[in-house]
Design a protein around this ligand. Structure first.
Ligand SMILES: NC(=O)c1ccc[n+]([C@@H]2O[C@H](COP(=O)([O-])OP(=O)(O)OC[C@H]3O[C@@H](n4cnc5c(N)ncnc54)[C@H](O)[C@@H]3O)[C@@H](O)[C@H]2O)c1
Ligand SMILES: O=P(O)(O)OC[C@H](O)CO
Length: 341
């Protein structure tokens, strides 16, 4: 593995998060390539040094070279960071296959679970790019792009099955305002990041219905129980859910006004329809699709996830938000210690 200073980096995806990561690594001194899907994003960054579609108001380092040509961004790199929405990860990764060098480390910075396969994003990358499967990692944690872009202190986890790969990523990504902890629990780190988006929709609904702070705290706590239950069934480490990618990201997304997932939930709680909400958004709220994956996956492997199921029913089966709350509150009474391992 190349030492962290001389690493050649490609970033695939110039939405708000890919652009913020590129900006941060560019400021750190890396000369890097950034792939944008939209020609207008490419033009905006090239001409104005700003991504006015997805991260307006943030001046981007001259070290970033942006392109619509995927192969030129992924070819000959030591590290390629995939930051596209989860529903296009498979298609974009497949397009990158021919240009990737054999020893390139692949990182997912996206948060989602694929609808058809129920794979996490590193699962998708490993399936599409099998020769890289031992070098697939994830960076995840409480990190609003807009705050990272402003240089506000942020702390996340980098997880890879190989601790050396995780340590390499820690060196590459860390700055005085972006601190990275390593982990080897790739499944746990990703489940925390993906499923918190579903719980954040529920939290937004509670806020939209003006149900108060007690409700929100309860939702975060019981939401974490659901995430951990799913994670343990899928082989994750329980400690990961007490960490940055677990409770850290869950609290941020359930309480932060910057969250797209929380915003979607809030508008639903205020009476808007999902179609109406999604047609007014250019950004992705991953929890909307992940709710479907979590519903089907948890049914398949028999994991009890009542909050996540309620979100699914509100989004896709016309359950009224107030009715969902009533159903959750009147479930069979149980012991809190049932869920402690
Ligand atoms: N924005 C954040 O604060 C943040 C933080 C951490 C993780 N993430 C995760 O990063 C991932 C990317 O989200 P984002 O917030 O950067 O995106 P965004 O919502 O800001 O922008 C949408 C992105 O989707 C891309 N896109 C849409 N259709 C596409 C297609 N067919 N092919 C390729 N690209 C397509 C657009 O080019 C753009 O990059 C998501 O999984 C998200 O959960 C986001
Ligand atoms: O805006 P959201 O809801 O997609 O959340 C963004 C990040 O995942 C927060 O860590």
């Amino acid at each position: 593995m190349n030492d962290a200073e001389n690493v050649k980096i490609g970033i695939v995806g110039a939405g708000s998060w890919g652009t913020a990561i590129a900006g941060m690594l560019g400021e750190k001194g890396y000369k890097l390539d950034l792939w944008a899907w939209e020609p207008e994003v490419c033009a905006s960054i090239t001409e104005k040094r700003e991504n006015d579609l997805f991260l307006p108001g943030v001046r981007l380092s001259e070290n970033i070279r942006v392109s619509n040509d995927l192969d030129s961004v992924t070819g000959g790199k030591d590290l390629v960071v995939f930051v596209v929405p989860s529903h296009v990860m498979r298609e974009v990764a497949a397009r990158a296959a021919q240009s990737l060098a054999a020893d390139t480390v692949l990182v997912s910075a996206a948060k989602g679970i694929e609808n058809k396969t129920h794979l996490t994003m590193t699962g998708v990358l490993a399936e599409v790019l099998p020769e890289h499967k031992d070098r697939v990692a994830v960076v995840s944690g409480p990190s609003f792009a807009a705050e990272v872009a402003r240089g506000l202190p942020t702390v996340v986890a980098a997880a890879a099955p190989d601790p050396e790969v995780a340590a390499f990523l820690q060196q590459v990504f860390s700055t005085p305002f972006f601190r990275v902890y390593t982990n080897t629990d790739v499944m746990g780190v990703q489940l925390g990041g993906a499923v918190k988006n579903v719980i954040a929709i529920a939290s937004g609904i509670v806020d939209g219905l003006e149900l108060g702070l007690n409700s929100r705290a309860a939702l975060i706590t019981r939401g974490l129980t659901e995430i951990r239950r799913l994670g343990l069934k899928l082989g994750a480490n329980a400690h990961t859910f007490a960490g940055l990618s677990g409770v850290g990201d869950l609290v941020l997304t359930c309480t932060g006004a910057l969250s797209r997932n929380h915003t979607v939930g809030k508008m639903i709680g205020q009476g808007k329809s999902l179609d109406e909400i999604l047609s007014s958004m250019s950004m992705v709220a991953e929890g909307v699709r992940t709710a479907r994956s979590v519903y089907n996956l948890s049914n398949k492997i028999n994991v009890e996830m009542p909050i996540a199921h309620s979100v699914y029913q509100v989004l896709y089966e016309s359950l009224k938000p107030g009715e969902a709350v009533y159903q959750l509150m009147t479930r069979t009474l149980k012991s809190e210690l049932e869920d402690v391992e």
